[in-house]
Design a protein around this ligand. Structure first.
Ligand code: 5GP
Length: 120
């Protein structure tokens, strides 16, 4: 799948669309989800153009992967998510329910999140 430079997160990265920023460094941008599913719902996206986890894990450099994962941890700590626990979600592709085709990790916290996957 080729990367679509007009996807909503690409526009946020370019500053064409605003976001409620939590953290930004050379490798990642973190901001609050516009439609939160928990009291704390953040998104962390890599700065590079990767469609999904599949794309990122296959093509990103070791440095990008390391620094991105460290950034996810930093954001979670900044939001105090480790205190009572949290969940990371990376939806990928059609069956994964991915809506925005720029790799992102959801950080959800602030309430009991229930079962890992909804019943079919
Ligand atoms: P996905 O379903 O692709 O894993 O998650 C995409 C997420 O992006 C959704 O939770 C949705 O609420 C969020 N989202 C979509 N458009 C925007 C936007 O313009 N700004 C922000 N902050 N979040 C968005």
């Amino acid at each position: 799948m080729t990367y679509d430079r007009n996807n909503i997160f690409a526009k946020i990265l370019r500053g064409d669309i605003p976001c409620k920023k939590i953290l930004e460094n050379d490798y990642a941008l973190a901001f609050y989800d516009i439609n939160p599913q928990a009291p704390t719902h953040a998104l962390v996206i890599p700065k590079g153009e990767y469609v999904s986890f599949d794309d990122f894990s296959a093509k990103a450099s070791n440095e990008e992967i390391t620094m991105f994962i460290r950034s996810v941890g930093e954001v979670a700590r900044q939001l105090n998510a480790p205190m009572d626990g949290f969940r990371l979600i990376a939806n990928a592709g059609l069956n994964g329910g991915q809506e925005v085709p720029h790799f992102h990790i959801h950080i959800l916290a602030g309430r009991r999140l229930g079962r890992m996957v909804a019943a079919a």
